[in-house]
Design a protein around this ligand. Structure first.
Ligand SMILES: *[C@@H]1O[C@H](CO)[C@@H](O)[C@H](O)[C@H]1NC(C)=O
Length: 287
């Protein structure tokens, strides 16, 4: 448990001005923490301070663990009293999160004048797809970067998405030998309506009949449409198998409610600024 002592509670000013406001701006659930994860490197947790009497926020995170098991160990357990920009903030480099990891967590709160600690029911956050703030600069991963990640992690016509807020959308789907071609249809903040029920054909936000093949993946990199924090992206994978059978998956959803940043990106937020000059707050682009 000595490890807990090594957790760095970030107390550096400036570089993150605005993230608390941005993350919770359109949120209808302010009791949810916001995560910003840099793949394999660091995790930052923001929790809105909603009442003046909340003096402590704590979290217990269990990575890829079944909470019903007895031999639970907490992968990151930390409490903080530090409030920055309206949010309790925790930063740690002790928990490494990779694509498709699932974090189950329990949050704790302590209020002035109340001896007991309030414990919220457990919740989970999934880190399946990358969601990158507009302010980050990302080098395309060397070689087959995203394709390799998609191939080892995501199967059954479930592509790996790379959303950079307000700018690009990347889609990577491993190529199976029995697949002849795949396409992708996506809707932003709307559900697919069965064809029979459509009075007029539904306008898709993304409709690519055939993804191109690259590095052993079907890949797509598009500047349209623009997705941002808070968006739900509903998608189906379409296509054809080599035996002529059609592919059309059930609609599935990606919810862009946390930042998950590939290690190949560099973001202003990542570099702790030594408190000399406060940089201008970096505005995160929204739609
Ligand atoms: C956080 O606070 C709770 C409640 O006071 C306590 O039980 C727990 O041990 C603390 N965790 C850490 C890591 O200090």
């Amino acid at each position: 448990m000595k490890l807990f002592l090594l957790i760095s509670l970030c107390c550096v000013t400036g570089s993150l001005a605005g993230i608390c406001q941005d993350a919770f701006k359109n949120s209808n659930d302010l009791s949810r923490p916001f995560f910003q994860v840099i793949e394999g490197q660091a995790i930052e947790i923001y929790y809105k301070k909603r009442t003046a009497s909340q003096e402590m926020f704590g979290i217990k995170i269990y990575k890829n663990q079944d909470l019903r098991k007895k031999d639970l160990h907490c992968d990151l357990c930390v409490n903080t009293t530090l409030v920055e920009d309206g949010c309790f903030k925790i930063k740690s480099t002790l928990l490494s999160v990779q694509p498709r990891d699932e974090l189950k967590y329990i949050t704790l709160s302590k209020f002035t004048g109340k001896p007991e600690v309030t414990v919220a029911p457990s919740r989970k956050a999934e880190f399946t797809d990358y969601v990158i703030p507009a302010s980050c600069v990302c080098k395309a991963p060397a070689g087959a970067g995203y394709c390799t990640k998609a191939s080892t992690k995501i199967t059954d016509y479930r592509p790996l998405f790379v959303f950079q807020e307000g700018t690009t959308t990347g889609v990577y789907l491993p190529k199976a030998p029995s697949t002849e071609s795949v396409g992708l249809q996506a809707l932003k903040n709307a559900n697919f309506v069965p064809a029979k029920q459509q009075k007029v054909p539904q306008k898709l936000d993304l409709n690519v009949e055939q993804l191109s093949e690259r590095d052993g993946c079907y890949a797509l990199e598009s500047n349209e449409p623009r997705f941002g924090l808070g968006d739900h992206v509903n998608f189906v994978v379409t296509g054809k198998k080599t035996d002529g059978k059609k592919i059309r998956t059930d609609p599935r959803k990606v919810y862009l409610n946390n930042y998950f940043i590939p290690s190949t990106c560099s973001c202003q937020q990542q570099q702790p600024q030594q408190n000399l000059v406060k940089p201008q707050p970096q505005k995160l682009a929204k739609n």
